[in-house]
Ligand binder design. Structure first.
Ligand code: HEM
Ligand SMILES: *[C@@H]1O[C@H](CO)[C@@H](O)[C@H](O)[C@H]1NC(C)=O
Ligand SMILES: *[C@@H]1O[C@H](CO)[C@@H](O)[C@H](O)[C@H]1NC(C)=O
Length: 331
């Protein structure tokens, strides 16, 4: 057989094996026998954390995304820096921004007490994401479980996490490369119906959009004025002030995020781009924004489907990786 055909066959076999492994090994009942109260335990710890910090629901949801997009959903995001390994926490998208790690530690401690050495950190993030969405008033889905934890962080991989500065085409490609289509992309962005963005994440839109020294023309004028008040041009170097990603219902998981975009009130450039990017570019995503703005049921359905797909990105199963005892370090 020619080398190309051999390589192709090998690729097909590898893909089939991967697909089979996923279907066979991740399942909602993975811990039914080994840790029957896993869901309630995670939920209880999150409820406790939420009493002191309502934003924690958003922060935990985001951690699952940042985990799955780098080396698949393998808990690599949770690993702390060592002398020989750069932590993903130090990457641009995470440093001074990703939060909720102490709550993940609390969840892990509660689970190690209930069923030592059984529940992976990658699964904790998947469960915490679903529970957080549900507690914020969003949809429910059955979380697929059975992921194992990776042995290394991937700092360089985390440096190319989707950025609000990426053009729309680049963003949809980053999602498509992981098997997430435009419907998944628009639905997953709907996670920005809860949580906060720092001024530094939007400063360019307010004062110097694409180097024009003008604000982003796709940002509603009245809303621009509000955001400029909260995020002054010369804040003395401190641009960590917080803005609601959904100013209408900041802590409620609903579809108002999409209506905001229709009113040119998407907070991040990447939020608004789904509707307002140059015409050809938003041709596919724009109508999906409209569909979710007019039907919360369709948004919830698509969000649940997309979260399960995102949670299926390259999981470690079987005897791959390990179940970490401490989410911050390999055993
Ligand atoms: C195009 C893709 C995306 C981009 C460019 C993006 C970018 C951002 C940025 C810049 C922030 C604010 C960070 C800060 O200022 O500290 C943020 C917050 C957030 N993101 Fe995304 N994001 C994307 C997709 C997603 C997805 C797929 C999810 C989850 C499914 C998600 C969940 C969140 C949540 C919940 C927050 C608020 C976190 C908190 O308040 O602690 N994002 N995102
Ligand atoms: C967008 O993607 C293209 C093609 O991969 C790349 O050349 C370009 O630098 C990217 N743009 C940004 C702003 O990242
Ligand atoms: C606006 O951005 C451009 C390009 O990034 C930069 O060269 C310019 O100095 C900025 N203007 C101001 C007033 O900061």
């Amino acid at each position: 057989m020619p080398a190309v055909a051999v390589a192709l066959c090998a690729a097909v076999v590898a893909l089939a094996a991967l697909g089979g492994a996923r279907a066979r090994e991740l399942s909602p009942g993975y811990y039914d026998a080994s840790c029957p109260h896993v869901y309630d335990t995670v939920r209880r710890v999150i409820q406790e954390a939420r009493a002191a910090d309502p934003r924690i629901l958003a922060s935990l949801l985001r951690l699952h995304f940042h985990d799955c997009f780098v080396n698949g959903c393998d808990g690599s995001l949770l690993l702390d820096e060592t002398p020989t390994m750069r932590s993903e926490k130090a990457a641009n998208a995470n440093v001074g921004s990703a939060r909720g790690f102490p709550v993940v530690d609390d969840i892990k401690a509660a689970l190690e007490h209930a069923c030592p050495g059984v529940v992976s950190c990658a699964d904790i993030l998947a469960l915490a994401a679903e529970i957080s969405v549900e507690l914020a008033g969003g949809p429910y889905w059955r979380v697929m479980l059975g992921r194992r934890d990776g042995m290394a962080a991937n700092f360089d991989g985390a440096q190319i996490l989707p950025s609000p500065q990426d053009p729309l085409d680049n963003l949809t490609k980053k999602f498509a490369d992981l098997g997430l289509d435009d419907t998944d992309f628009v639905a997953l962005q709907g996670a920005h119906t809860i949580g906060r963005a720092q001024c530094q994440s939007i400063q360019d839109r307010l004062y110097n959009f694409s180097g024009t020294e003008q604000p982003d023309p796709t940002l509603d004028r009245a809303y621009l004025a509000e955001l400029r008040q909260r995020c002054p041009a010369a804040a003395g170097g401190d641009d960590t002030g917080l803005n609601d990603l959904d100013p209408v219902t900041p802590d409620r998981f609903d579809n108002s995020y999409y209506a905001n975009i229709q009113r040119n009130r998407g907070v991040l450039r990447s939020d608004q781009a789904m509707l307002s990017a140059p015409e050809e570019s938003a041709e596919s995503t724009g109508p999906i924004v409209g569909r979710f703005a007019s039907s919360q049921a369709q948004f919830f359905q698509s969000f649940s489907t997309a979260m399960i797909k995102m949670g299926n990105i390259a999981p470690l199963t079987g005897s791959m990786g390990e179940v970490r005892r401490n989410c911050r370090a390999v055993n």
